[in-house]
Design a protein around this ligand. Structure first.
Ligand SMILES: C[S@@+](CC[C@H](N)C(=O)[O-])C[C@H]1O[C@@H](n2cnc3c(N)ncnc32)[C@H](O)[C@@H]1O
Length: 240
């Protein structure tokens, strides 16, 4: 290899490294919700006193594809501490969120991932690249990891019938195409028990298909956008 080629390859490697670490949504307040999704400043507006509790965080090193907004992670961990029924996550990726949900709860955390690329679904064609699905909790087992059940299947075909009406918390963060996000969102609503909460990450222009699916859902059920957490949420009505 010539010196020039080595220089070029090194620069390219550095450029790719920087790209991998960048995230397109730097300010969640910027997400444009349109008329059908109400906005609230943060989750305390919905759940009084939620943030007075304590949570634990672990293994929080960040890579592209992991949940970007730590306020979202903290909110979900606070809710996980209150969960009575299973927590279900569409989209495991490395399992950073999965692990922390398990760390803060005593219930089963079910996470679904088919190890699929989603580069067509974002406007930059960004790939997840080399990663091992579930690596955060698979190799260093502890009490939290033992509460996690990973299902390695396409969420569009996985059978979750036995979990209907049982989940306290569902995170929709799997495939971000319109088709997959619509299918996961429909399933999420069926999984919740009364008072349970579904949350959608990555609502915004960077993932247009997911945004369209969530906007459509907002015409059927009441969705709220939490500005600080950068999450869209739905709370299943309590049965009277
Ligand atoms: C944004 S990542 C999940 C991030 C993770 N929830 C977190 O908080 O760190 C999306 C994941 O969804 C998975 N995925 C994409 N399409 C899928 C499908 N149809 N079924 C199951 N998993 C899918 C991808 O393999 C990827 O790991």
């Amino acid at each position: 290899l010539s010196v020039d080629t080595v220089k070029r390859l090194t620069l390219e490697a550095v450029r790719r490294r920087i790209l991998r670490r960048q995230h397109p949504v730097s300010d969640p307040l910027l997400a444009d919700t349109g008329a059908s999704i109400a906005r609230m400043p943060d989750a305390e507006a919905l759940f009084k006193g939620l943030y007075r509790g304590e949570i634990r965080l672990g293994r929080i090193g960040w890579e592209w594809g992991d949940m970007y907004n730590d306020a979202a992670l903290m909110f979900l961990c606070c809710l996980a501490g209150r969960a009575q029924g299973p927590i279900i996550e569409f989209g495991t990726h490395r399992g950073r969120t999965t692990y922390n949900l398990a760390l803060n709860s005593n219930v089963e955390v079910i996470t679904i991932d088919a190890d699929l690329e989603d580069k067509e679904a974002n406007i930059a064609g960004h790939e997840y690249g080399l990663r091992e699905v579930g690596s955060v909790f698979l190799h260093d087992p502890d009490a939290a990891s033992s509460r996690i059940r990973m299902i390695r299947m396409d969420s569009r075909v996985v059978d979750l019938t036995s979990l209907r009406g049982s989940a306290s918390l569902v995170l929709v963060d799997g495939g971000h195409s319109y088709e997959v996000c619509s299918s996961d969102s429909r399933m999420a609503l069926q999984l919740l028990h009364p008072g349970g909460l579904a949350a959608w990450d990555d609502y915004g222009g960077y993932w247009p298909g997911a945004k369209r699916a969530i906007d459509e859902l907002a015409h059927q059920v009441e969705l709220v956008y939490l500005e600080r957490e950068g999450l869209v949420v739905y709370v299943a009505p309590q049965v009277r």
